[in-house]
Design a protein around this ligand. Structure first.
Ligand SMILES: *Cc1c(COP(=O)(O)O)cnc(C)c1O
Length: 387
């Protein structure tokens, strides 16, 4: 008999296995499902990045092990980007670390900071990685509820004193998955002040830095005063440049945290393939702002179609200021999973139950705007008929 580690048992069972099985079953039967379940851009990686990457493949320098912290060029590009985009001057050598995607970095940061019994402050609902990795590392999850009344921002004043005292790390994620909420620099400043006061490492997951609407520009936590004493940020190239499959991101900020993560990673992986890092450098330095603006216009138009359609169907939907997700209340008396199942079987539309992102996600579903407009019109029509 082989026995996986006990710690794997700490990861809660996948509650949505039944929903997933139903998706596969319907697909196998030939039912044409519209998948608004996953947050993976449907648009291609820009051509200037793909072309450059083809050339980088032939560079023999990249065929060997990359430097542990990543190639200088990619890390410099990350620092340069922060300077241009946020007015934040980073020392690329001590404050920027290449990652094999943000997910990898976020997970390993937890292993670099959380000893068994340490408390970790997590938003709920949230991207599931923070929770599962904290549990695997033996940490204690202390939840910060994200509620509509508080604009889906953690209410820092209501964090219990013992949680504040024992917490090693606090995670936030703005623009936010799954709620679409955004945070102002004033809010990020409050979070920084709170974490400095309580000796907590503040982590902002900035996966949706560039995906905002109606004139809102997402700030970096590193713009807040004193942020570098207690904060790191994870900047992923996945969503802004449609590069989810490439696996490229970087961690920026507090040098103790960057060094700790680098130390852990140096005995775990050997950084990302150099050609992918070089492609990431191209993405950061050679992508015109107009590309990001045009993509946001595409998502904004999809957002209008879906929000208007849902509202007509009796599912009120407030257009979010960030991300490509709609966070929609389920009809009174229904659960997240029940409603997601009803949309699946009744309308052939796949959405994510809010409870997949934590207990405080109950009562919502998350709709990803990752299909073209004709499919969204069809989804709206089907949802309208089913509801
Ligand atoms: C998509 C996403 C990520 C994953 O980023 P990768 O760089 O592709 O690993 C991280 N955090 C959030 C909140 C996301 O939605």
């Amino acid at each position: 008999m082989v026995h996986p580690a006990d710690r794997l048992g700490r990861v809660p069972p996948y509650l949505f296995a039944a929903l997933k099985a139903k998706v596969s079953e319907l697909r196998a039967k030939g039912v044409e499902l519209i998948d608004l379940g996953i947050g993976d851009p449907d648009l291609p990686t820009p051509e200037h990045i793909v072309r450059a990457a083809q050339g980088f493949l032939t560079n023999a320098e990249y065929h060997r092990y990359p430097p542990d912290l990543g190639f200088d060029g990619f890390r410099r590009a990350g620092a340069e980007y922060y300077g241009k985009r946020f007015g934040v001057q980073l020392d690329w050598q001590s404050e920027v670390l290449a990652l094999i995607g943000s997910k990898e970095g976020l997970a390993h940061l937890i292993w670099a900071f959380v000893d068994p019994g340490d408390a970790v402050l997590l938003p709920d609902p949230a991207y599931p990685v923070y929770n599962t990795q904290t549990l695997l590392a033996g940490g204690e999850v202390r939840v910060m509820p994200l509620t509509e009344e508080n604009a889906f921002l953690p209410d820092l004043k209501s964090i219990p004193a013992d949680a504040a005292r024992r917490a090693k790390v606090m995670f936030i994620n703005y623009p936010n998955n799954p709620t679409g909420a955004v945070a102002t620099l004033e809010y990020l400043q409050q979070a920084v002040d709170y974490c400095r006061r309580h000796d907590i490492l503040l982590v902002n997951d900035l996966a949706y830095a560039e995906m905002t609407y109606d004139g809102f520009v997402a700030p970096s936590v590193l713009q807040a005063e004193g942020a570098r004493e207690c904060s790191v940020e994870f900047y992923s190239l996945s969503k802004p440049y449609n590069m989810t499959g490439w696996r490229i991101a970087f961690c920026a900020g507090n040098r103790v945290a960057v060094a700790a993560l680098a130390k852990l990673k140096s005995s775990l992986d050997s950084s990302q393939f150099g050609a992918v890092q070089a492609a990431g450098e191209i993405a950061l330095t050679r992508t015109p702002r107009e590309f990001l603006d045009a993509m946001n216009a595409t998502y904004a138009s999809r957002r209008e179609i879906m929000c208007a359609g849902l509202t007509r169907a009796g599912l009120p939907c407030k257009p979010p200021l960030g991300t490509f997700y709609l966070w929609v209340r389920v009809p009174a008396g229904e659960t997240s999973v029940g409603f997601a199942e009803r949309l699946l079987t009744g309308a052939g539309v796949v959405v994510s139950p809010g409870s997949a992102f934590g207990g405080h996600g109950e009562g919502y579903v998350r709709i990803a705007l990752t299909v073209p407009e004709d499919q969204l019109h069809e989804a709206v029509r089907r949802i309208g008929a089913a509801v």
